[in-house]
Design a protein around this ligand. Structure first.
Ligand SMILES: Nc1ncnc2c1ncn2[C@@H]1O[C@H](COP(=O)(O)OP(=O)(O)OP(=O)(O)O)[C@@H](O)[C@H]1O
Ligand SMILES: O=P(O)(O)OC[C@H]1O[C@H](OP(=O)(O)OP(=O)(O)O)[C@H](O)[C@@H]1O
Ligand SMILES: O=C(O)c1cccnc1
Length: 491
């Protein structure tokens, strides 16, 4: 790489305004004030009924290693930052406390996924990277989960690396897809880094290189025991499938003829006809793989057409989150220490009531009905509240408050774990297989109405009465100040 400075850290993986704001805090001696930030999104992606949280592992690595290197500081010096400020940046490490949902948790709009309590300077500087990581990984995990819900018991393989937005996206995207339910990836480096099962067939290039399918399949079979032949280079039914069958017969027990891959044309018609040909030739166990711009809509349609596809190879539409390429997670200041050392809550008002932030330190609980083991909804309470101790919980819609219900026999599962305590990592990162199992267990708690791909029912995310009252009090107090200001200005 022809970098001017060695790329040896991630602290500069931030927006310049974070460094500029931090300079202001530092110059004003505000930088050590305790601040609390919350990371959340306001709208679920893809019209899905839930999102799958991913990104915590990388966030942990990032915060653990957070420091400005000598190269970072040299570059900032060249950018014109003052020497005294650079001396301060040089000493910065992440010393905060992080409370977060676990990777693989199902998460909904307007609930804090992660809460960062840290000296203001640190909390501010890490915003961009945290959003960068969580936004992308959660987006892809959600897309993958949505696709896997449609794929069902069949196999979903991640094929997206070639179309991903560069290398990081391919690697962390395939990890997100796997933890959310995909079964394997074609990316070998992801296999090495995360222990994800890898798998693959072959491309048209190999058939073209040998110029005929029969020779190409034979050569492949001579070198590999597990064989899936790509059959659409010339003519799927007239040439590809017959050549695959011919080679499978010739090699007999010397190979495991796992199947064929279709990569163009009418996948419903071709798969049904190919299935018949394989069965008649005595290969009922050979699987039919399909790829070619697949997404959940196409897969659902193919299933409706009774396509005989066993393995779905999915690339572009998954790894680029093609129909919605960004999750709008934000990172908002919810409380800050004042000049007297007291924590004061902050609120951001918007003309859209759904966008008004919920002030203060809170915890998120999943309310699970003990009788049927299904989730009743999520419940956001103030830090000190203990909903699990209540016999009867009122759950009401935070905007349309007349929509309410009471739950009695319930378990209130707190969704936050402590990840860092005063800068020390206290959380043991789970293995990826554990995260996968966790996603499945979480999905089992949701009624199908929340999980369907089209027009799912909105899952309740409610505020406790105390939390709601506090929000309303703060809205009234801010609006009163705005009015007083207007009067002063004589408007
Ligand atoms: N039976 C089907 N019903 C609905 N969609 C299908 C069906 N068969 C294939 N598709 C989808 O239709 C699209 C066909 O795209 P396109 O016309 O680009 O492919 P192609 O011409 O078959 O192959 P190539 O990608 O080599 O150009 C793909 O997204 C594919 O997944
Ligand atoms: O379609 P995706 O969901 O992205 O799946 C991955 C695609 O990558 C390969 O195609 P390749 O790059 O060789 O191009 P082509 O098949 O589109 O010509 C493969 O044959 C799939 O078609
Ligand atoms: O193994 C395959 O078939 C594969 C891998 C990546 C992209 N397309 C197909």
């Amino acid at each position: 790489m022809t970098a001017i400075y060695k790329d040896d850290g991630f602290a500069l993986h931030t927006d310049k305004y974070q460094i500029n704001m931090t300079q202001v805090y530092w110059a004003d001696n505000m930088h050590r004030r305790k601040a609390v930030f919350e990371l959340f999104f306001r709208k679920l992606p893809f019209g899905n009924g839930y999102a799958v949280f991913a990104g915590l592992e990388r966030v942990v690595h990032y915060l653990k290693e957070f420091r400005f290197t000598a190269n970072d500081l040299a570059y900032l010096r060249e950018e014109g930052y003052k020497e005294e400020y650079l001396d301060f940046l040089k000493t910065i490490r992440f010393t905060g406390t992080v409370r977060s949902m676990k990777e693989g948790e199902l998460v909904f709009a307007n609930e804090g996924i992660m809460r960062i309590e840290a000296p203001l300077a640190e909390g501010q500087l890490v915003e961009t990277a945290l959003l960068n990581i969580v936004n992308y990984q959660t987006l892809i995990a959600t897309k993958a989960s949505r696709m896997k819900q449609i794929v069902g018991e069949e196999v979903a393989m991640e094929f997206g690396t070639r179309r991903a937005q560069e290398m990081d996206a391919a690697i962390w995207g395939t990890r997100a897809a796997y933890l959310a339910g995909f079964d394997a990836t074609s990316n070998v480096r992801a296999g090495k880094l995360f222990g994800i099962p890898t798998a693959g067939t072959h491309a048209h290039a190999m058939v073209q290189a040998y110029r005929d399918e029969y020779t190409a399949f034979r050569k492949y079979a001579s070198e590999h025991v597990d064989c899936v032949f790509l059959v659409d280079t010339y003519d799927t039914l007239k040439s590809g499938v017959p050549n695959a069958i011919r080679v499978a017969k010739e090699f007999g027990d010397r190979i495991r003829f796992k199947g064929i891959r279709l990569d163009s044309g009418d996948l419903a018609y071709l798969s049904k006809t190919a299935r018949k040909m394989l069965d008649e030739a005595g290969f009922p166990d050979a699987k039919i793989y399909a790829s070619n711009d697949l997404d959940e809509t196409t897969i659902l349609n193919l299933k409706a057409q009774d396509a005989k596809i066993d393995v779905w190879g999915i690339g572009t539409k998954l790894i680029t989150a093609y129909d919605q390429p960004a999750l709008g997670a934000v990172y908002k200041l919810i409380a800050i220490e004042d000049e007297h050392g007291r924590m004061v809550d902050t609120i951001k008002i918007s003309s859209n009531p759904e966008k008004v932030s919920t002030p203060g330190m809170k915890r998120v609980f999943r309310i699970v009905n003990r009788d049927n083991r299904m989730a009743e909804g999520d419940y956001i309470a103030l830090e000190h509240e203990e909903p699990q101790r209540e016999a009867r919980l009122k759950m009401f819609h935070p905007v349309h408050t007349h929509i309410a219900k009471f739950v009695t026999d319930f378990e209130a599962r707190e969704l936050y774990e402590t990840i860092f305590e005063d800068g020390t990592l206290t959380y043991e990162l789970p293995k990826i297989e554990e995260i996968r199992a966790f996603v499945q267990a979480n999905l089992d708690l949701l009624w199908d109405e929340y999980k369907r791909a089209l027009n799912p029912v909105e899952y309740p995310v409610d505020l406790s009465q105390a939390c709601w009252d506090k929000k309303m009090r703060m809205i009234r107090s801010v609006l009163a100040k705005v009015e007083a200001n207007e009067e002063r200005e004589g408007k």
